[in-house]
Design a protein around this ligand. Structure first.
Ligand code: SAM
Length: 302
């Protein structure tokens, strides 16, 4: 559901240019500090189930549309500033709306991922036919891997996929009944995947996974990473940081499934993650070729 439907308003904008920037909310705080009463036709204060103020929508007199501000994924420090500034804003008309944080966060993700597709936040010149390639045999092979991973597990509901690319492996998760939040640092990959109808707009985010805990709590039952970057010594610097953040967003007893293309990479994976996970490393004999040749399946240690 788009944010405006959730709030019962018309056309709207957010001032931050990306989901990532919603953590810092620099433009938000600056804008709110400059709002005058005459600029505001109407305000909506947005509350979470917990009764906490998580946002404010302002119907701007001059702009003629709504501007939505939120601190839902901001740092604690910025939240205090946000609440102080938002509380001081008055409008000729005021009302309150209570939303679930889950739906509100999905609305934010959707705004930014649809903004990529309609080229508000991405200027890629995409030719879907030429640039998106989702080999069916890989999907079928991965579905077997996912089925094996899930076979002895119950209650895998909240899930995350890191480095999802354009969603080539996400298809296998969806077809296995798993609908993760999908993250990639490359906005054109998310843009392609959403435009191709493979990645879900309400669950797709452009983000560097090496800062995952700034955006997510310990909220996931499982984290997936397919063909997690090439774990060569030269690429290791990036992936080391990403992989070490994964345990910090998993619930107790959380699970991970990673695929890599060589046995050497599993050794590197295991070296990075051995203190956090009890793991099984398996050769994926069903994989036909370079993709997903080795599997790392781990359970978070107590
Ligand atoms: C080898 S591709 C795999 C794509 C997809 N998972 C698949 O299996 O088809 C690795 C992906 O990781 C992404 N990536 C690299 N560093 C990242 C980071 N720090 N945070 C999030 N994604 C990252 C890249 O942009 C790329 O799309």
């Amino acid at each position: 559901m788009e944010l405006n439907e959730l709030l019962g308003i018309g056309d709207f904008m957010l001032v931050e240019l990306s989901y990532a920037e919603q953590n810092v909310i620099g433009k938000t705080l600056d804008y709110l500090s400059k709002v005058k009463e005459k600029d505001v036709l109407e305000t909506i204060r947005i509350y979470a189930e917990s009764k906490e103020l998580i946002g404010i929508a302002i119907h701007d007199t001059d702009l003629g549309f709504w501007v939505i501000f939120t601190d839902i994924i901001a740092d604690k420090w910025q939240r205090e500033n946000f609440v102080a500034l938002a509380s001081a804003i008055k409008g000729a008309k005021e009302r309150k709306v209570t939303v679930t944080t889950e739906k509100f966060r999905e609305g934010l993700m959707e705004f930014y991922s649809l903004g990529l597709v309609n080229r508000l936040f991405c200027d890629c010149d995409l030719n879907l036919k030429e640039e998106c390639f989702y080999p069916r045999d890989r999907v079928e092979s991965l579905k077997k891997v996912v089925s094996r991973f899930l076979s002895d597990k119950d209650g895998i509901k909240n899930t995350l996929e890191i480095g999802c690319g354009d969603g080539g492996a996400t298809i296998a998760l969806h077809e296995s009944g798993i609908f993760p939040i999908t993250i990639d640092v490359n906005k054109c990959e998310i843009c392609k995947g959403v435009e191709a109808g493979v990645l879900e707009p309400t669950k797709s985010v452009v983000l560097d996974c090496s800062v995952l805990p700034s955006y997510f709590d310990r909220e996931f039952d499982a984290v997936f990473g397919f063909m997690v970057g090439k774990l060569t010594p030269s690429e290791l610097f990036t992936w080391d940081k990403v992989l070490r953040e994964v345990p910090k967003v998993l619930k107790p007893n959380g699970q991970v499934l990673f695929t890599v293309s060589s046995e050497e990479e599993t050794v590197i994976l295991n070296e990075i993650l051995k203190d956090d996970f009890e793991a099984e490393i398996i050769e994926n004999k069903d994989s036909n070729g370079y993709f997903d040749l080795w599997l790392y399946m781990g359970t978070l240690r107590d």
